[in-house]
Design a protein around this ligand. Structure first.
Ligand SMILES: *Cc1c(COP(=O)(O)O)cnc(C)c1O
Length: 344
């Protein structure tokens, strides 16, 4: 039996979802002679956390419906990225205490601004055990989005429903990155489930297991290396990743993700994070392939989150240089291809 608090909490989440409205489709300018249109599904227009908010909403909804989050439950998560801000935002909406366990180097400013608490842990991989133990000690709920994403109920919040409702004709390619893999799985299932002709590509950064795991059909592939591109790329294939609905995985060099994020900011004014650059680079590669093959049509890339903190990260020369991410040759290639008509 679902209690009165739970009913009210789910109503609040649904109302928040309705207020968030539909995120826009922006056109990324391509040379006209390509005959290809590149559209950006701008999830940065969502409230806190951008793209992460959809998954966070669905996870909160599931946990409330199952009685794992109740009126006084402390919600705990292990992440330093935009997912923590998305969850802190929802916890505040529902009046729940929230704790994000994050690596020492992460910034908890957004979580704190939203009324949550941060606990910094070293080494970075210790965040998962610490979050689990903390939730146990507090009688709280450990969200564990990488695991929970595999069984999420997308009712009323799926990016796929919204995106395909907005588009006229089905695009030739839809391009997105994979962190938990949940977004790509929802898009791929939508395409396959409705027999749509569009194909799904996952853009994948260095050190990630998604590209080799998909290419070798090896579900247990592990790189043992963290991704340098916040939000996408994982050392192992996470349970929500649905390899069977992915038509192509495009590996993207990390420095190219940085170059593309900068180009995206120049084109739209949005201070996007590097994961949006990964997705844009993958989309440009596929658009260029269509151009070379004389195929006309649309490519849609999902872009995630825009935040001033990215100005001090991937949009900052010293930051990128400090990490050995030489974006300049990739930026020069983008300029050759997009501004001077060179082939990809
Ligand atoms: C987080 C993020 C993803 C990955 O989403 P998942 O559903 O966790 O796989 C993809 N693209 C961008 C821009 C992101 O920020």
């Amino acid at each position: 039996m679902i209690n009165a608090w739970a009913t009210q909490a789910i109503e609040k989440l649904d109302e928040e979802r309705r207020r968030a409205r539909v995120t826009p489709l922006l056109e990324f300018p391509l040379p006209e002679e390509w005959g290809v249109r590149l559209l950006l599904k701008d999830e940065s227009a969502q409230p806190e956390g951008g793209l992460k908010l959809r998954l966070a909403r669905a996870l909160f909804r599931d946990a409330i419906a199952a009685g794992r989050i109740r009126a006084d439950t402390t919600v705990v998560e292990a992440t330093g990225g935009a997912m923590a801000a998305a969850q802190a935002y929802l916890a505040r909406l529902l009046g729940l205490p929230y704790v994000a366990v994050m690596p020492k180097k992460a910034s908890g400013a957004d979580v704190e601004r939203l009324g949550g608490t941060c606990r910094y842990v070293h080494p970075p991989l210790a965040i998962y055990d610490e979050a689990r133990e903390l939730a146990e000690r507090l009688g709280g709920h450990y969200v564990d989005h990488y695991t929970a994403a595999a069984s999420v109920d997308w009712r009323g919040g799926s990016l796929a429903e919204e995106l395909f409702g907005q588009l006229g004709a089905c695009p030739h390619w839809v391009v997105v990155g994979a962190g938990t893999g949940a977004t790509s799985a929802a898009l791929g299932r939508h395409l396959r489930g409705r027999g749509l002709p569009g194909r799904l590509a996952v853009a994948d950064p260095e050190n990630s297991a998604y590209f080799p795991g998909w290419a070798y059909d090896a579900a247990d592939y592990s790189t043992g290396m963290p991704s340098r591109i916040e939000g996408v790329g994982r050392p192992r294939l996470e349970p929500a990743f649905a390899a069977d609905v992915v038509d192509l995985v495009v590996p993207v060099p990390d420095a190219a993700s940085v170059a593309a994020a900068r180009r995206l900011r120049a084109a739209t004014g949005l201070a996007v994070g590097p994961a949006s650059g990964t997705n844009l680079w993958g989309a440009l590669e596929l658009a260029a392939r269509m151009r070379a093959e004389g195929v006309r049509g649309d490519v849609v890339a999902v872009i995630g989150e825009a935040h001033p903190r990215h100005l001090r990260a991937c949009h900052d020369d010293a930051w990128a240089e400090g990490r050995g991410l030489d974006w300049r040759p990739h930026a020069a290639r983008l300029a050759d291809v997009l501004d001077r008509g060179a082939p990809w």
